[in-house]
Structure formats: C-alpha cells, structure tokens
Design a protein around this ligand. Structure first.
Ligand code: TXA
Ligand code: MG
Length: 337
C-alpha cells in the first residue's frame, strides 16, 4: 500500500480521510499534542488494525477523540461534576479524562476496563474530520510501539510508511507531548500520565489532585496500562542526567571526550559544540523543550550513536511531563551528576 501525505489545508483532503475512517481504514491525524493513528472507535475490526499496525499490546487501551464535550454522554454512564469544570476550561486541549464506560465502546478500545478515556483535541482539521466522519475516533500516538511519538507528518511516514493509506498533514504539533491523562472516575482525581496540562493548573481548579507514581519499574496492575511499557525510546541505550545544568553539561563533555560515538540531548544555552549533540530549547523554556523533545530523540536515533546522555529540566510545571518522558526513554536509567 502506498502511504499518501495529504495537506490538511485542503478541505477536500479532510473529506477523503473522513471517508477512509468511516469505511473502516486507518488514517494518521494531526493534533496539538502528537499525531494520532485514527480509526472509527465504534468499529472493533477497524480498531484491531491499530494494534496490528503499531505492534501495540492489546492490554493497552486507546483514547476516544470527540468533537464536542456533549458527545461524552454517548459513552459514559456516570458523568462526574468535575467533568463540566474541566471540559469548559481545558477542551479542546491536551487533557484526557477517564470516566466510567456505559459499555457502548468496543472492548478492544478500553482493553476490557470498566472506564473509557476521552479527549477533545485542539486541531481544526481533526475536529472537522471527526464531524465529517460522523464517528468518535480511537487514536493512540501514530508511532511504532516503543518509539518516540510523532510530532510531524514525516515522523509518521518514517514509522508507518506502506502500512496506512493516508497521513493528514496538519503541520508540526505545537504542544509536542501527549495529553495529561486524568482519572475522574474516583475521588480524588488522579493524574495517570503527566502531559500538556500541569498538576498546578488542575489543582487550582479542583483542589486535591493525586499523581500516580511515574516509575517504570514492573508494576503488576498500573492504573494506566500504557505506563508500564518502555516508551519514547531511541535505539541506543539512553541515560537521563539529574542535576544542575552546568553539572550535567560537564558530565556529558567528559563522556563525549572518552567515547566519540556517544551523543547527547542538551539545552541550547549549555550545549557543547559537537556533531553528536542535539539541542531542544533553552534551560528555562519548557514549552520549546516539549515541542522539540520527540523530534530531537528521532534525530539522535539517526546518528546511530553508541549511547545517549540527556539533560533534564527541573521537574516543575511542564518540566514534570518532560522529565517523565526522558526518564521513560532511558528505561529509568538515571545518573545523578
Ligand atoms: O495526546 C494524546 O493523548 C495522544 C493524541 C493522539 O491524542 N494520544 C496518545 O495515546 O498518547 P496513547 O494510546 O499513546 O496513550 C494513551 C494512554 C495510555 O497510557 C493508556 O494506557 C491510557 O492512555 N489509557 C487509555 N484508556 C485508559 C483507561 N480507561 N484507563 C486508564 N488509562 C487509560
Ligand atoms: Mg503512545
């Protein structure tokens, strides 16, 4: 199968993709967080193609994407009071809400759980696509399982070329990290995956908000099944460096001096001048780091290095989600500098 990249600027292309989804095929779609691999969420056999195409474990449930907050009523049995507050403030946007399922979404979307994950993405082309296809859209990130999530159409092409008919190119994803997954099916609400909406923003609105431990160590029954898998990972072994940026930069310099095939992910303002160094934003510019992180990991992969060392921002605000992804990419190999 030839994979065609279609520009989302052309409304006719959105129609082509909507028809493809309505007829049971997969399409890669742009969102503000990362590209998604979309199928009709009500069509179990279309959804099963997502798992085959990505090589995704069937116990890892998918997010259902909708185009209007009111559409949750079709899929949720018990809409908590917090839903209205959260959807008014953050939708469309990078927040996925876990609520009790009413059973109308197929089991392979929810991985047989009694809850369903729902989000209204903030990209005009994808909202138009959901309206046009007239179905809710199940979509994980459009990468091969385990590799960094795609933030550009070309990343999707790299991973899924020949496996899907269309990639709807809506430009670079401006958030660059996946949505925050928040479980509001129980009290207190709990962040299962940190992302574009921060703990502070949620706390201001809701009061107490718990955070699931983000360690990747073997957890038998994590509340968010996806969090137990090694993710976002370049092929070479990667090490996340904890410590002040001048200390981690100094450590990287010593490593690159002794191993010429080593590579590093560094802040613009602490980077050393070396062909194997990829920068992802200034130390204090968390939004830029988030937007560049996955592309930077792919660039590092393309260098075929022996090993990769990564600087991490302070784990506050959006920095918490950035460090979560870097730690996961390193398989939780953390070096204190
Ligand atoms: O920003 C995003 O969330 C992107 C875009 C495409 O919307 N999607 C995305 O999907 O990152 P995915 O499949 O890569 O990650 C979904 C996460 C997984 O960790 C999964 O385990 C969790 O959400 N999840 C889905 N349904 C759940 C449920 N019912 N209970 C707990 N966790 C759930
Ligand atoms: Mg993913």
């Amino acid at each position: 199968m030839e994979t065609i990249i279609l520009s989302a600027d052309n409304p006719h292309n959105i129609e082509i993709c909507a028809e493809s989804i309505a007829s049971g095929d997969l399409v890669a779609i742009p969102t503000e967080t990362v590209y998604g691999l979309a199928a009709n969420a009500c069509d179990a056999s279309a959804v099963s193609k997502i798992f085959q195409t990505k090589g995704r474990q069937p116990d890892n449930p998918l997010i259902v994407h909708i185009a209007e907050p009111a559409q949750v009523e079709r899929f949720v049995s018990d809409i908590p009071e917090t839903f209205k507050t959260l959807s008014e403030k953050f939708w469309p946007g990078p927040l996925t809400l876990i609520m009790k399922s009413n059973g109308s979404i197929p089991d392979n979307v929810t991985a047989g759980l009694t809850t369903v994950a729902i989000r209204m993405p903030n990209h005009p082309a994808t909202l138009a696509l959901i309206h046009k296809s007239n179905c809710p859209i199940a979509a994980p990130s459009a990468n091969l399982s385990g590799s960094p999530s795609p933030t550009r159409a070309i990343h999707v092409k790299h991973d899924l070329d020949g496996k899907i008919p269309y990639i709807l190119d809506g430009g670079d994803c401006h958030v660059g990290l996946e949505s925050t997954v928040l479980d509001i099916s129980e009290y207190p609400p709990r962040i299962l995956r940190p992302g574009g909406v921060t703990h502070d923003e949620l706390t201001v609105l809701l009061g107490t908000v718990a955070i699931e431990n983000d360690s990747t160590s073997a957890i038998d029954k994590p509340r968010s099944p996806g969090m137990k898998y090694r993710h976002y990972a370049p092929k070479a072994p990667m090490f996340a460096l904890a410590g002040a940026p001048d200390a981690t930069a100094c450590y990287i310099k010593s490593q690159i001096d002794t191993d010429p095939r080593a590579a590093a992910l560094m802040f613009d303002d602490y980077a050393i001048d070396h062909t194997h160094v990829v920068t992802f934003g200034a130390h204090h510019d968390l939004c830029v780091q988030a937007a560049n992180l996955f592309d930077a990991l792919r660039q590092l992969d393309a260098l075929s290095p022996s090993q990769i060392f990564a600087q991490m921002p302070p784990a506050t605000g959006l920095g918490y989600a950035i460090t979560n992804r870097i730690k996961k990419a390193s398989g939780n190999h953390i070096i204190e500098c």
